[in-house]
Write a protein that binds this ligand. Structure first.
Ligand code: FAD
Length: 193
């Protein structure tokens, strides 16, 4: 079967993969082909909530997604971190966060992950990004393109494969032979030469 051709395949439709796909489509236009593959597309299974820092919230605003979830998000006005039990008489505080980035702009918001994933998925679909409910199972980087294999036995030929399959990214590990880490000394984006 002939592989479907596209410009970029993004393996992983979490916050990172969906936001990247949306930003690429908005920046590069409809002629730039984007495919996001994730087995959990359209059935978010993430029951967690996240603290979205102001910088990340601004990114979601600029790609036109935050408005859809703003009412469900709760501003975090201050936070105290203590390694103690609720019932302890003395509860030493080790770390505090608080204040506003700008007047009226809290330093973070708490939000249920599935709400944000649903809003990102809806925006990606509205922009015509191809969403595939399937895991990326492997790839073969040839000279002109990357052959990307999916669990449903289909294949895509892409100019770029992005590993957005989470902190313990299997796709990234198989490309670099190491698990991506972010040490205190090297925080930030890592680019391979
Ligand atoms: C307990 C806990 C609490 C956290 N709290 C916060 C918080 O408060 N604030 C915060 O900013 N961050 C928090 N994080 C980190 C948070 O998980 C990440 O910031 C965020 O989810 C990262 O998004 P992501 O898209 O990189 O990865 P993920 O959310 O992990 O998404 C990865 C996606 O890749 C998909 N996938 C996996 N394998 C494949 C494959 N082979 N092919 C295709 N798709 C694949 C998965 O189905 C998933 O949808 C927390 C993490 C944990 C574990």
């Amino acid at each position: 079967m002939a592989a479907e051709r596209t410009d970029v395949v993004i393996a992983g439709g979490g916050f990172a993969g969906l936001a990247l796909g949306i930003a690429l489509r908005q920046s590069l236009g409809a002629s730039f082909g984007i495919l996001i593959a994730d087995p959990f597309i359209d059935r978010p299974a993430d029951a967690r909530a996240s603290a979205i820092a102001a910088a990340a919230r601004r990114l979601f605003e600029s790609i036109g997604v935050w408005g859809a979830v703003a009412e469900a998000a709760q501003p975090i006005l201050d936070m105290e971190v203590s390694d103690s039990r609720l019932a302890d008489r003395v509860r030493p505080v080790f770390l505090t966060f608080g204040g506003e980035i700008l007047p009226g702009e809290p330093f973070a918001h708490i939000i249920e992950n599935c709400d944000l994933i649903e809003a990102l998925t809806a925006k990606a679909r509205e922009l015509g990004i191809t969403l595939k409910a399937c895991a990326v199972t492997g790839f073969d980087a040839g000279s002109g393109s990357i052959a990307v294999e999916c669990a449903d036995a289909t294949a895509s030929a892409a100019r770029l494969l992005v590993a957005a399959d989470g902190a313990r990214s299997v796709r990234s590990r198989s490309a670099t032979n190491s698990t991506p880490r972010c040490s205190r000394a090297r925080a930030g984006a890592r680019r391979r030469a």
